[in-house]
Design a protein around this ligand. Structure first.
Ligand SMILES: [Mg+2]
Length: 361
């Protein structure tokens, strides 16, 4: 019962999914819900010692006095969480395995912004990043090439992050900029500010659709349209759930006039973006290429994100057989990320960064 979680290992350059050979509880102090058997089961386990007859009488008594439906729902949720966390263990718990897998390789960091470096807040204009997070990301960027990969436009995310040493892939990777020359890892490259804008010809169209979305959704209380340059985001964090279908109808009615644009969904946000096949995964690949790691096996990309759009990047890492994805989530979620970090995320993300920095120095 005391065996450790193990990672099926590093004969290939990528970390495979963690495989648990025993039920080791997750032991991040104060972060994870410690799994304990539901009380009824513990009682049963103890009772087994005393023979079957007594178990039956206990179970009868439990049935008579307990809200069994609520209990079974709770235990199901606990079991789901336990089974999920075994498949996607905490990146902090698996730190030694991360270090082993990245040995001799260049770590490259890819970080989502909202819900990863900053908390999810009601007003998207107030999704501030803390000073301690900023300081840690700055230190991280001194050791490893570091990129912000976000749905927001570069200008907005830069206002929050304010670090010139980073790469920025804004608008879901449709607008990519590198750091100024003095911060570049790859100093041979020319310091062109704009690296890539695969949908630049659609900029006027997005500006137009943004205006129409503002107009069309203004009757829905709480709806908020954000112009993210290469995509228009309709936030519904503050919209009453009863009005969600009305809002979806409004967005759809605008979208049907624009065959070059499509709708995607994130956490409390509908997003209208170009139909081109470009996403955070493609952005990750493009950035690795521009850092000179296109065909290299000596690179170890780490991508941290919390949303559906980050799944494209997690999948890309699996396709490449390199590095690993870390999903920030409070709840079990279907994901292609290998590992997880529990929300509230700031302390656990800063802790992971500190450990990476400490190990690197
Ligand atoms: Mg996010």
């Amino acid at each position: 019962m005391t065996q450790q979680n193990v990672v099926v290992s590093d004969t290939k350059p990528r970390i495979k999914r963690a495989v648990s050979v025993a039920q080791k509880p997750v032991t991040v102090p104060g972060r994870y819900i410690q799994y304990s058997y539901p009380r009824s089961r513990r009682v049963l386990k103890n009772l087994e010692i005393n023979g079957e007859q007594r178990i039956n009488s206990w179970v009868d008594s439990m049935r008579a006095s307990s809200p069994t439906h609520a209990k079974s729902t709770l235990s199901l949720a606990e079991e789901q969480y336990t089974s999920w966390i075994l498949r996607h263990p905490s990146a902090l718990d698996m730190f030694e395995q991360i270090v082993d897998a990245s040995q001799g390789k260049q770590i490259v960091m890819f970080l989502d912004y909202d819900g990863t470096l900053s908390p999810i807040v009601n007003d998207p204009d107030c999704a501030y990043m803390s000073d301690s997070m900023r300081k840690t990301v700055r230190n991280l960027a001194r050791c490893f090439p570091t990129s912000i990969v976000t749905g927001r436009c570069i200008e907005k995310v830069y206002n929050f992050v304010q670090l010139a040493e980073l790469y920025y892939a804004g608008s879901h990777g449709m607008d990519i900029k590198g750091p100024s020359k003095s911060f570049k890892f790859n100093k041979d490259k020319k310091s062109e500010e704009v690296l890539f804008q695969p949908a630049s010809e659609l900029l006027p169209l997005i500006a137009e659709v943004y205006q129409e979305l503002v107009e069309k959704t203004k009757s829905t209380v709480g709806a908020r349209v954000e112009n993210n340059k290469f995509c228009a985001s309709v936030h519904f964090r503050c919209v009453d759930e009863k009005k969600w279908s009305e809002l979806a109808q409004q967005v759809r009615s605008v979208l049907k006039e624009y065959p070059k644009l499509r709708l995607t969904q994130g956490r409390k946000v509908l997003e209208v973006r170009p139909t081109i096949k470009w996403d955070k995964g493609k952005a990750l690949e493009f950035l690795l290429q521009s850092l000179g790691f296109a065909n290299s096996s000596d690179v170890f990309p780490i991508y941290i994100g919390d949303d559906k759009t980050d799944e494209d990047a997690f999948k890309k890492l699996i396709d490449r057989g390199q590095g690993l994805g870390i999903l920030v989530s409070k709840f079990p979620k279907e994901t292609s990320a290998s590992y997880s970090l529990q929300e509230p995320n700031e302390a656990s993300i800063i802790s992971l960064f500190h450990r990476l920095l400490h190990h690197h120095s």
